[in-house]
Design a protein around this ligand. Structure first.
Ligand SMILES: [Fe+2]
Length: 318
């Protein structure tokens, strides 16, 4: 335990208050069994509880997502993890900023601080273990040696499973305003922006290039959740298993410019996406990222086929 505490102290930006992780997200959907089937096919563990399902990856006990049943699909809330000794500082900061705190939603146990973002989305800051990576996540690109086979027959491949949750992208009316709000309240840093259509933010205690991104829309909603596969091979196999399960709609394979990650997006039954990702840029706790404002066309993707026409359509506000 002392060793773990020492490791956390060593990998923490000192003298500044900011969340360290995107702890989990909560969705409401009209058909919970449909959601369970979708995420199970995606390669996640879907554990049913009395009221909802919990989303995990096979190699980690942390619950990254909650899906409950409700009248229509909606991003319910986003929860961020903070070091316990920072919690009081967050309370004081929100007070100084004039951000009103609210009660947790009924039925959700919480030690956290709850408030709304500028679009009315419910947010939580909770004391939690750091689940964003302490260093850049491994990226494998194995190559067979001479006289060796590099690829297995398809029958011998196992289900592709994410190694961890990476990030999410949510809709916002004004992406600059949202990025500034999340920076002031949560202590996030803006990594990059593309015109007024998307902004990416990272954590100050070591995180991927973005643990949350804002996509321009006329209201709040989920654009995508993203799950690290650790390799391009894993992304390809994931895309194949989703197509075989009836989920061939999406976008990929491709590579983004901002974040540099490889991607394949799979459309969920309600018009948001679950993204397979790998090899995203990483911002260490002791370095400052050189943020930029980019041309949208030039920075959306380095290579891919054309995205679907409704890629940035927010079905939650229709
Ligand atoms: Fe993404």
């Amino acid at each position: 335990m002392t060793a773990i505490k020492g490791q956390i102290a060593a990998y923490r930006r000192s003298g500044e208050t900011g969340i360290h992780s995107l702890d989990h997200f909560a969705l409401v959907v009209p058909d919970i069994e449909k959601a369970r089937t979708f995420y199970a096919a995606f390669g996640l563990e879907t554990r049913p509880t009395r009221k909802q399902i919990e989303l995990r990856v096979a190699r980690n006990a942390h619950c990254w997502g909650l899906v409950a049943e409700g009248a229509r699909k909606k991003l319910h809330y986003v929860s961020f993890g903070a070091f316990e000794d920072d919690m009081q500082k967050f309370r004081e900061r929100l007070k100084v900023l004039g951000v009103e705190t609210v009660q947790p939603p009924k039925g959700y146990e919480s030690n956290g601080i709850w408030f709304h973002d500028p679009d009315g989305l419910l947010l939580e800051i909770r004391a939690a273990e750091k689940t964003s990576p302490f260093a850049k996540t491994a990226f494998e690109c194995p190559s067979a040696g001479p006289n060796e086979r590099g690829a297995l027959p398809r029958k011998q491949t196992r289900q592709a499973q994410p190694v961890r949750f990476s990030h999410m992208a949510i809709y916002a009316r004004d992406v600059g305003r949202s990025a500034e709000f999340y920076a002031r309240t949560l202590g996030l840093r803006i990594s990059d922006r593309a015109a007024d259509v998307i902004a990416f933010c990272h954590g100050i205690h070591g995180s991927d290039h973005h643990l949350i991104a804002f996509v321009k829309s006329d209201g709040p909603g989920l654009h995508h959740s993203s799950w690290d596969m650790g390799s391009i091979g894993g992304i390809g196999l994931g895309a194949m298993q989703m197509a075989a399960s009836g989920h061939e709609r999406g976008w990929g394979l491709g590579r983004h410019v901002l974040g540099s990650n490889y991607f394949h997006y799979v459309r969920d039954p309600w018009g948001s996406f679950a993204e397979y990702t790998a090899d995203m840029d990483y911002v260490p706790f002791d370095r400052d990222w050189s943020a930029g404002v980019h041309d949208a066309e030039d920075s959306f993707y380095l290579w891919a086929n054309a995205p679907p026409e409704d890629f940035a359509r927010n079905y939650e506000i229709e």
